[in-house]
Ligand binder design. Sequence first.
Ligand SMILES: Cc1cc2nc3c(=O)[nH]c(=O)nc-3n(C[C@H](O)[C@H](O)[C@H](O)COP(=O)(O)OP(=O)(O)OC[C@H]3O[C@@H](n4cnc5c(N)ncnc54)[C@H](O)[C@@H]3O)c2cc1C
Length: 485
Amino acid sequence: MKKRIGIIGAGLAGLTAAISLAERDFDVTVFYNGKINESNSTKIQAGIAFPILEGDSITLHVMDTLKTGHFMNNIEAVWNIISKSSEAYDFLDKLGVKFESVELEGGHSRPRVFSIKGETGKYVMKTLKNKVSELGVELLNSEVREVIVNGNECLGVIDLNGFEYLFDSVVIASGGYTGLYRYTAGFRGNLGILIGDYIRKGGVATDLELIQFHPPAYVAPDGDVILISEAVRGRGALITDSKGNRFVNELAPRDVVSRAVYRKLLRGERVYLDARNIEKIDNLFPGIYDKLFEKGIDMKRDLIPIVPVAHYSIGGIFVDIYWRTPTRRLYAIGEAADSGFHGANRLPSNSSLECIVGGLEVSRTIVRDIEKLGRVNKRSSIRPKERQALNRDNIDKLRDIMWSYVGVERDSNGLRTAEKLIKKMEILPQIKSLALAISKCALERRESRGVHYRRDYPNIDERFKAQSIYHKGICKIKGSKGYET
Ligand SMILES: Cc1cc2nc3c(=O)[nH]c(=O)nc-3n(C[C@H](O)[C@H](O)[C@H](O)COP(=O)(O)OP(=O)(O)OC[C@H]3O[C@@H](n4cnc5c(N)ncnc54)[C@H](O)[C@@H]3O)c2cc1C
């Protein structure tokens, strides 16, 4: 009988792993939550960073990644992932993905972002989904609530209806936790349930406080959020207040622009993106243009009201460079995992590269580990457990708390208020644990670095130049002398 692998998540990371494992003759089941084409991966705009063109190099890409990450990255992970970029490119090429252009994005010293019509994710994910179906991978639309951990070994997962699924190995590829914020252009079902579950079971998570905010997005009256890519500012779009005055360098790093916009909004002002000066904008950015047009905004004629949105979770389940968690038979990849690749800030288009490299590498790791560990000792029954309701109203309340106190700017008073409010909430325990862990780590990092900004500690403090480590209810910043508050 084939060995069974369960993958939680049908994004770029999960489907890459599924293809690679199915081709190695494993019996693969992929869980997803909602619709198969609803993931952050489908929303990838600019593209995927591959330093493979003439004149570029792995070293240049590594240096760009470290610089953007404020040199807090795990250097081994950075070299490891970027060195595997030509393998990642070949994987997509063999599946038939045809990139149409190569773009230069902020922070990259060379044009290396491979793109398809500014809607790269839509095309890449369609190809992966076709391949997964062709290989006979089982796709299950069911929200997974727990990993089954016995001692230091993972035996399977439990879904929202309480059903147990037993596997020889489990890969968490369920994306990040930007769905915990009031505003995000990402998939709102990315609530970090399995990250929360894992830390409740004594697992380790790192860098949870590091959440990247993206400066311009439009929130439509129906609640839809449309991200307006960096490339639009790169072509000359301006950010202005209601009097038409510019107040920030539009091409400054994302965290700097996000804070400038956020501060205006806090004062009750409105902020706009003005892209009216860009010729043929409908041809240059057809995806963004059409989405805004559907909502009644014509980029050629109208100013676009904007807010910053929660965009990327740098933190996640702690993994080694082979994507193993500290628990046997349990792996994590993509935005759900944290290998230390991004440091304190993420270089644009590096996350999609990390998803593909992680998906390919984890399958090799599983082959080796299963050979050593053998099959999991299975019980035969699948028994329903108690179903845990997810209180949707409370999710929205939590999103407001996270936005106001654990968002673009933080301070000690706000973070303590968040902790008190979250503790009192009736909400899925996995989500509560994760939200508390994020606030705790944000409180612990008493400095401002990369995506993390503390009003009460606005400068970098070299004592904190390390990953935060969350384990058993405590967040420590390794290397910091004064981590206790
Ligand atoms: C608007 C937007 C544009 C972006 N543009 C770029 C870009 O140009 N380049 C780039 O590199 N990055 C970009 N990113 C970031 C990138 O999209 C993500 O980092 C990446 O797609 C993450 O992929 P993933 O496979 O880890 O997770 P996701 O793509 O988020 O997929 C998560 C999967 O897990 C499933 N899931 C979640 N929770 C559960 C659960 N409890 N049970 C079962 N299933 C679950 C979901 O249904 C989904 O299938 C962008 C992000 C956004 C939001």
